[in-house]
Design a protein around this ligand. Structure first.
Ligand SMILES: [Fe+2]
Length: 725
């Protein structure tokens, strides 16, 4: 546990609006929270250094310390079952597809009253399917179930005959095992507690299950052959007390009971819905077309959603506080943490003609990305530079990112911002960068904010979530809109907002690489969460399973925007083409730089080599590279003014451009696609886009006290884009 940390209920607010902060502190005395503004969050001593402006005179309070915990593991909680009475015989059964062989029991379904010594639990573990009754393990089938196969499991309690049976059978026939034992007479089956699917209450949820569960149900009878049971909502089995049909409400957190009492439940910690079930045939790939084939939920013992911490204090953004990147700085007894947030301009009243969109969806996709790269040299640099000390590798306790896998090997497809996010911190080093700072995302994007400050260019800031909520109207008042270094994750609405802004004559400066790439889903029913399905292709951290390419949250086909008919080139002129290690190279001036329509971009730049320096990998063109491609939507008339070269041997062409080891989609040689194209286009309707196509570009802006060709180019672009109104 991190001694002092927290999160806020939202990432941006306008003057007059409130942000609630939730803090956990192990300090014995109170902690202090102070307001600060972030200009530059890069601790590299070779650069301008950290610039954080203390604003304690605007806001500073002391609050008592208290520890707050994050309970991991997903399950269904059926509160309404508390009042259920089942005095007679009972059959409990479910379909299961277990994914993780733990050394402990993993509970599939339970109604458990630990204190009262009552209730029952049906679990899977090293001893096979096990039945617990009245506070003790009574009987198990003996052998663990095979993983990633569908089984029906059951618990049958018959007070009349005094027997308890537990068993399982594979759905494909065979593999039936059953064991029985005397039913403890003193142990009442009935417990006046909630029913849980995927965990056991004792007294907090524990024994979390890993794998899929489908059609859990209770019947008021001692079934002789439970393996034949089927939960058919139209023809319920005899004696049905409750049966949960997970194919209903797949896009939400509610779980429906098709039984007579309608004992609906609620998901806790966001297990994965819209996954293939026991009845999935492959006939349909979209859950909306055949919901009963998607009647399973995949639970994980490391799922997290809303940490649910109590609010410690609220901060009301004062009128007149300029838009920008801010921190709530926490400190207590030698512990410290910084909670970032953004102040928007007053609603409907822009304060500048430049807008920076903080790529908060991308920050969130990478939230708590554990890279397994925390070695001694990295730690040494963190200490030497005073970098952010808490690394996700060492803190699985807050849940990891959509670049990680769950304990059972399945990909993490949801990321919540309602939890401490260690990567979303100033001074956070992503890489041990031999030639630079190794920053990405939140901290890397302050290279741009710092440059804007030094240039005296006023700017407003909004987040991806703001853009999603308000669309092109939020961008329209600005002469120019700037992305950060990696605007990778987008919903249909955020893409629409960018497209609408350009259609209306807006001017976009795309200052990153691998932007506008993955499609994500959000839902008002599950606030604070993004969903990504790593479908089909692309540079991927894991592969979504066949049949599971459609989002649960909005029912749309997931994966790359390119595979959804909206390649990145349509917004940003360029799109993902090559990737390697976090190394920066340079651009070489191209003939397009002399085109009269674009010659102003390199005004004052006489060098043919551009950006062979910088704090991100040592060069302005690096790590992830985008190139122009008319076939993918780069508009006619786009001009490439410079292209990168000299990328190291680690660089590869993205899979979606490769047909074989030699052949590419475009017909060019693979090595030819390893480049970033610095591109400019004027659009019909007066709009324009300038794109750099590289993640490391902004790291070069501060070189030589901001006097360098990268800085000059961006200055030329902003001067032009701001002037032409
Ligand atoms: Fe990325």
């Amino acid at each position: 546990m991190i001694p002092l940390t927290g999160y806020s209920d939202r990432l941006s607010a306008a003057p007059g609006e409130r942000i609630a902060f939730k803090v956990s502190s192990v300090a014995t005395g109170p902690y202090r929270a102070r307001l600060a503004r972030v200009v530059h969050a890069d601790p590299n001593p070779a650069g301008p250094g950290v610039k954080i402006e203390d604003l304690a005179h605007r806001f500073s309070i002391e609050r008592p310390s208290r520890t707050q915990h994050l309970a991991q593991g997903s399950y269904v909680r059926v509160e309404a079952a508390t009042g259920l009475r089942t005095p007679g015989p009972l059959t409990v059964t479910a379909l299961v597809w277990p994914t993780y062989a733990a050394t402990r029991d993993q509970c599939v379904i339970s109604r458990w009253d630990e204190a009262g010594g009552a209730g029952w639990a049906l679990s899977l573990g090293p001893g096979g399917a096990t039945a617990r009754v009245g506070g003790a393990l009574v009987v198990g089938t003996g052998h663990p179930l095979s993983l990633r196969r569908w089984h029906r499991i059951w618990l049958v309690a018959d007070p009349a005959s005094g027997t308890l049976r537990v068993g399982h059978a594979t759905l494909t026939g065979g593999g039936r095992e059953e064991a029985s034992a005397p039913l403890p007479r003193a142990a009442p089956l009935d417990a006046a507690v909630p029913l849980l699917v995927g965990a056991r209450l004792a007294p907090a949820a524990q024994d979390h299950y890993n794998g899929k569960i489908e059609d859990p149900m209770l019947l008021a009878r001692a079934t002789a052959a439970p393996e034949t049971l089927v939960l058919d909502p139209l023809l319920p089995p005899d004696g049905l007390i409750a049966g949960w049909d997970f194919s209903r409400g797949i896009d939400g957190l509610d779980v429906a009971d098709v039984g007579p009492h309608r004992l609906g439940g609620r998901l806790v910690n966001l297990p994965t819905r819209a996954v293939t079930g026991a009845r999935w045939t492959g006939r349909e790939m979209c859950w909306r077309h055949a919901p009963r084939e998607y009647a399973a939920i995949h639970f994980h013992d490391d799922d997290v959603y809303d940490a649910g911490w109590a609010t410690d204090f609220e901060f009301t953004v004062p009128e007149g506080l300029p838009s920008g990147a801010y921190l709530m700085r926490l400190s207590a007894e030698g512990h410290a943490d910084d909670l970032p947030f953004y102040v928007r301009p007053p609603r409907g009243r822009p304060r500048a003609d430049v807008l920076f969109i903080a790529s908060t969806y991308t920050y969130q996709a990478y939230a708590n990305h554990a890279r397994g790269s925390t070695d001694a040299a990295y730690r040494e640099r963190v200490a030497a530079w005073g970098a952010s000390p808490h690394i996700p590798d060492s803190h699985p306790d807050y849940g990891w990112s959509t670049y990680n896998r769950h304990r059972d090997g399945s990909g993490i497809c949801y990321s919540s911002r309602l939890r401490p996010v260690l990567t979303f911190r100033p001074r956070y080093l992503t890489f041990l960068d031999a030639r630079g700072s190794g920053l990405r995302h939140y901290s890397a994007d302050t290279h741009l904010l710092d440059w804007l400050e030094t240039q005296g260019i006023p700017y407003d800031v909004v987040t991806d979530e703001d853009v999603e909520a308000e669309g092109a109207a939020l961008l329209a008042p600005y002469a120019t809109v700037l992305t950060g270094s990696h605007p990778e994750y987008h919903t249909a609405r955020t893409l629409d907002a960018h497209a609408g802004y350009l259609d209306g004559g807006g001017r976009l400066v795309y200052l990153g690489g691998n932007g506008f790439y993955w499609r994500i889903a959000t839902s008002p029913a599950v606030p604070g969460v993004i969903e990504v399905r790593r479908a089909e292709g692309g540079i991927r951290a894991w592969d979504a399973q066949t049949g599971e390419y459609y989002h649960a949250l909005d029912g749309a086909y997931g994966g790359l925007w390119r595979r959804n008919g909206r390649p990145p080139q349509r917004i940003g002129l360029v799109g993902f083409s090559g990737q390697g290690l976090f190394e920066g190279s340079y651009y070489r001036r191209q003939p397009g730089a002399d085109d009269p329509k674009a010659a102003w971009i390199l005004d004052g730049v006489t060098d043919t080599v551009i950006g062979d320096f910088g704090l991100s990998g040592g060069g302005a063109a690096g790590f992830e590279l985008d190139r122009a491609d008319p076939a993918l939507g780069t508009p006619a008339g786009a001009i490439v003014v410079a292209s990168s070269e000299g990328h190291g041997p680690s660089f590869i062409v993205v899979p979606e451009e490769l047909l074989s080891h030699l052949a590419t989609v475009t017909g060019e040689k693979p090595a030819r696609l390893l480049r970033a194209d610095m591109t400019y286009a004027e659009l019909p309707g007066g709009g324009a886009v300038f794109a750099v196509g590289s993640i490391t570009f902004c790291g070069s802006l501060s070189h030589n006290r901001y006097d360098n060709n990268v800085s000059r180019i961006l200055r030329n672009v902003l001067d032009r884009f701001r002037a032409r109104r």
